[in-house]
Design a protein around this ligand. Structure first.
Ligand code: GLA
Length: 344
């Protein structure tokens, strides 16, 4: 196992650092301090050939251009907050409107666009990088100084652990997630419509046309969202013109449990996602439209990558019936997601 650190650019007078983690079986993960972002992820297929299975860019500078959160850490609140506002303890807070009338992924300058402090971590079975960021009181409209840590750890058993910790000095809302776009054939190798997906969720949160939940929690049974048995992603897309962009209510709540599994038959690559979060957003890359040229000059068309974003439900600050995202002084926000790479 080894970690390498290099300088990858400069931003606002600060150094952009890139870390490469490699385990004994040969998995390689690259991470940078801008956005605590996963830049690439090389994993073997069933023959042992490595491919980079995440979308992104070859240079730091390209991450500053049109970039739909490739590999980023998303916060302070991942996903949407309706009308970009909430009331907490009787006080109203106005956030940035960066998705029509709504707030998306932490605002104009979310956690994906800030420089995080770094520290190499690890032990005999894993190695990684711990990223820390202090989000000041009032940033993007949120109350409280929020101290956050995101640690990525690559294990010898081909798991990537992403763990989150946060604490605050005023009551606030927190919902952190990871936003990698995966294509298990390899980044830029066509679309993900033939991948087979299973999501361990019997319910989902229906949304309005601006993708804000209606407050209902409905059964997936007899809908295009029923992935309780493994289904090919493209199979029912003709019934869902916009594509998938839905929050699933995971059956396993609170404990670390298997949330989703994706198998790609050509390469034999299998991805399992475990999380302690109550929900997962399945997004099928609907807004990718061929205008982004990514790594190795590959053009990213519609459905060229999928995201599985473990999270609390969208708009929870305005939905009293959803699991709470409030964090108060003295409490610790903790969350863990594991991406496990296998072949079959
Ligand atoms: C999330 C959202 C999508 C979209 C992408 C980024 O997955 O749910 O609607 O905003 O991020 O493009």
């Amino acid at each position: 196992m080894k970690t390498e650190e290099k300088t990858w650019g400069e931003y606002g007078g600060q150094k952009i650092k890139i870390f490469q983690l490699e385990n004994t079986p040969g998995l390689k993960v690259r991470l940078m301090n801008y956005g605590a972002t996963l830049v690439s992820l090389f994993v073997p297929d069933r023959q042992g050939n490595l491919a980079d299975i995440t979308l992104g860019f070859d240079s730091f500078e390209e991450y500053l251009g049109k970039n739909p959160y490739f590999g980023a850490t998303v916060g302070r609140y991942a996903n949407r907050i309706g009308q970009a506002r909430f009331i907490l303890d009787g006080q109203g807070y106005q956030l940035a409107k960066n998705d029509g009338e709504n707030h998306l992924h932490g605002g104009v300058k979310g956690f994906d666009k800030v420089i995080w402090k770094t520290e190499e971590i690890g032990n005999s079975q894993s190695l990684g990088v711990k990223f820390s960021y202090l989000s000041p009181d009032g940033e993007e409209g949120y109350p409280g100084n929020l101290n956050c840590q995101v640690s990525y750890l690559l294990t010898e058993s081909n798991e990537l652990h992403i763990s989150y910790l946060a604490s605050t000095d005023k009551a606030t809302h927190v919902n952190l997630t990871h936003h990698s776009y995966f294509n298990l054939v390899g980044q830029g190798e066509g679309n993900i419509l033939e991948h087979e997906l299973q999501i361990f969720a019997s319910r989902y949160t229906p949304v309005d046309k601006t993708l804000i939940p209606t407050s209902e929690i409905k059964e997936v049974e007899n809908t295009t969202l029923d992935f309780r048995q493994s289904r090919v992603i493209g199979e029912r897309l003709n019934q869902l013109p916009g594509g998938y962009d839905h929050n699933f209510v995971l059956d396993n709540r609170g404990l670390l449990g298997l949330a989703a599994r994706v198998f790609e038959p050509l390469s034999g690559r299998l991805l399992e996602v475990y999380t302690t979060e109550p929900g997962i957003q399945f997004y099928s890359g609907n807004f990718l439209d061929g205008t982004i040229k990514g790594k190795q000059g590959k053009v990213y068309g519609k459905y060229s990558g999928f995201c599985l974003e473990p999270q609390h439900f969208p708009d929870s600050p305005n939905k009293p019936n959803f699991p709470s995202t409030v964090l108060r002084p003295g409490e610790l926000y903790r969350s863990l997601t594991i991406f496990k790479f296998l072949t079959k």
